[in-house]
Design a protein around this ligand. Sequence first.
Ligand code: KIV
Length: 276
Amino acid sequence: MSATAKKQAPNAEDIRARKGGTPLVSLTAYTTPMARLMDKHCDFVLVGDSVGMVLHGLTSTLGVTMEMMILHGQAVARGLSQAMLVIDMPFGSYEEGPQQAFRNAARLMAETGCAAVKLEGGVEMAETIRFLVKRGIPVMAHIGLTPQSINTLGGYKVQGRDAQAEAVLADARAVADAGAFSVVLEKVPQKLADKITAEVAIPTIGIGASAGCDGQILVVDDMLGFFTAFKPKFVKRYADLGPLAEAGIAEYAAEVRARSFPAAEHVFADQAPSKG
Ligand code: KIV
C-alpha cells in the first residue's frame, strides 16, 4: 500500500480480530463535518443515541426515535470512508423481542448503510443478539451503565461494584456467547473491566472503564468541550471549543452592532474587478 493510500473501513470481523491488539479508537458523531474530522483517526464511529441529549437538548436518551437515528446516521455516513459506521438502536426499537429488533436493525442498515448496530443489555438481550447475528446483522453490545435503563438503575451510577460484579460479568459472557462482535463497558470499576477484558473473547470498548480495555470511546461533544451541561468523571477534555465558539459569536454580535462587520473585504462593488 502506498503512503497516501486510504485505508478501507473495517468490518465487524476486523474489529473482532483486534482483540488484545492495538487499542481500538472510537468517538461518537452526529453530523457530516464532525464525521469527516474523525474519519482517518477512528477505527469505528458510533452514531450514539446520546445525540438526543447532545444535539437535541433532551434530558435523557429515552426520547430518541428511529427517525432521528436514521437522519443522523445518513449524515455521518456521508462523512466516513475509512472508519466503520455503527448506529445505536434507540429505546423502544428492540426490547419487545427478536423480530422487532430485526425489523428496526435491518431498517437502520438499509437506510444508512451502517455496518453494525449497537444495543443495550446483557443476559436479557442475549437471545435477541443471537437472532440478529444469525440473520446477518453484526451487533455491538453495551453493558454496565446502560443509559436507556436509568429509570430502573436509579440514575447514572457506577455499575458492578461489590456484589453486582458477578451480574456484569455474566452480562459480558452472555453477549459474547450470543455472537456480539464487541461490547461497550460503560462506567464499571477498573478491576472488573480488566477481568471482563481478560475473560471474554471479543473486544471490550471502555467508557469510564479501564485503559486495559481493547478500545475506548467518548462522546465527541464531551471531549471537545461543546457539551457543557455536565462533565462525567470519565471524560477528558481534549479541547475547550464551547467557550471558544461563544467568544467568536460574542465578537460577531459586537461587530454587527458597531457596524464594523461586514467590512470592505466582505462586500461587493457595482462592477466586477477587471481581470487584466
Ligand atoms: O449513545 C452513546 O453515545 C453511547 C456511547 C457513550 C457508548 O452509547
